[in-house]
Design a protein around this ligand. Structure first.
Ligand SMILES: Cc1ncc(COP(=O)(O)O)c(C=O)c1O
Length: 377
């Protein structure tokens, strides 16, 4: 039976960051989770755990590794080994553990900004330096500026952190661009950390997700790839994630950095991940169609509002909207809309709007934008 993504859901009062952190008169389109119920198979798996009534320590089932290995092979054309998989209780801890794998003399981490903030925070929280290189624009698309990246390298740079597909600019980087990332890391002896949490949310049917680590054996051996079903199946609050680390030396450093601090993956995370990857494809495909239609609607509306403009995002449910107001987050909050300001991503001149919601909510958000920017006539 098709899933009804228009079905209204009530998240206010449920302890939701997205809905309960903002006042009741503000419609939240900020934090990156969606307002849809997860697929039935995930709910069933979680109910099974509740019904078991014993909540002890968890051990991953063999099936979990099998489903991950098969998924990466079938969808990404990447053959991985079981021992490369490090299960994690969240993807962000993986970014921070990755930054702690570097030796002191090569401890600074480069990333391209604006970007999801933990990519530029991870080095700092490990006591290391971050080198931020701004994205450039080419033919209205955000692209990595390899010349500036090369210039910004120092003798202490040991890592490049990539977000692909990109939050917040929505890019799905091409094979050519990712080959340049691979060359950049290999030529400069940098460990590549690739956050691919949004890889199952490709909205542009002409694009395909490519894991950088799958491009060649050299970069595979110098990489940490971070993945999770959390964004796609709306189980972000559960957190189940993983790192794929082919190089045993890097893997050991990563596990040492996490030891005793990062909890092991728990039952809820394992069960939801297993159910999502095993049974979640029909739901995911319907979700993609719904998000594509939401984005089409949003694009048309936003590009008709004076002072705002938007390019299609190739992936994610996060629109990156150019705005000529000084502080759009604060301005829109006063008008009753909770967006994410560009400053959160070390950017400016934009705000991020989460369209992973019922069309009726999105229409309300658009009405607020029209009213706030004076195009309601
Ligand atoms: C690129 C990226 N990585 C990681 C996360 C969060 O991961 P987690 O909640 O599993 O720590 C987000 C959430 O928005 C994200 O966009």
């Amino acid at each position: 039976m098709p899933f009804n993504f228009d079905k209204p859901t009530q998240r206010r009062g449920t302890g939701s960051v997205k809905w309960d952190m903002l006042p009741e008169d503000v419609l939240p389109v900020w934090v990156a989770d969606m307002d849809f119920e997860s697929p039935e198979e995930i709910k069933e798996a979680l109910r099974g755990l509740v019904d078991h009534q014993i909540y002890g320590y968890a051990w991953p089932k063999e099936e979990l590794f099998t489903v991950i290995i098969n998924r990466l092979k079938d969808r990404h054309g990447w053959e991985i080994k079981k021992e490369w998989i490090v299960l994690l209780p969240g993807l962000v801890p993986g970014l921070h553990a990755a930054a702690r794998t570097l030796p002191k003399e090569r401890s600074s981490v480069m990333t391209s900004t604006p970007v999801y903030f933990h990519l530029f925070k991870a080095a700092g929280s490990a006591g290391n330096q971050t080198i931020e290189v701004p994205f450039a624009q080419k033919d209205k698309k955000w692209v990595m500026d390899f010349a500036s990246m090369q210039n910004a390298l120092t003798s202490s740079t040991g890592m490049y952190m990539l977000c692909n597909p990109h939050n917040p600019n929505g890019r799905v980087f091409s094979k050519d661009e990712l080959e340049q990332v691979s060359d950049f890391c290999l030529n400069n002896d940098l460990v590549l950390v690739s956050d691919e949490i949004h890889c199952d949310l490709i909205l542009d049917n002409s694009k395909k997700h490519i894991s950088v680590a799958s491009l060649n054996k050299e970069i595979e051996n110098q990489s940490i790839t971070l993945l999770a079903p959390s964004k796609t199946w709306n189980i972000a609050g559960l957190g189940g994630s993983m790192a794929i680390i082919p190089n045993s030396d890097i893997r050991k450093k990563f596990q040492d950095a996490a030891y005793g601090i990062m909890p092991h993956m728990n039952n809820w995370q394992m069960a939801s991940m297993l159910a999502a990857y095993t049974h979640g494809e029909p739901w995911r495909k319907e979700l993609i169609s719904y998000l594509q239609a939401n984005q089409e609607y949003l694009l048309k509306e936003i590009n008709g509002i004076p002072g705002l403009s938007m390019e299609p995002c190739e992936a994610t449910y996060l629109a990156w909207i150019a705005c000529d107001k000084e502080n759009p987050e604060e301005y829109l909050r006063k008008h009753g809309l909770g967006v994410s300001g560009a400053h959160q991503f070390n950017g400016k001149g934009y705000f991020r709007l989460n369209f992973g919601t019922q069309r009726a909510n999105l229409e309300k958000a658009v009405a607020i934008l029209k009213e706030a920017f004076g195009s309601n006539s």
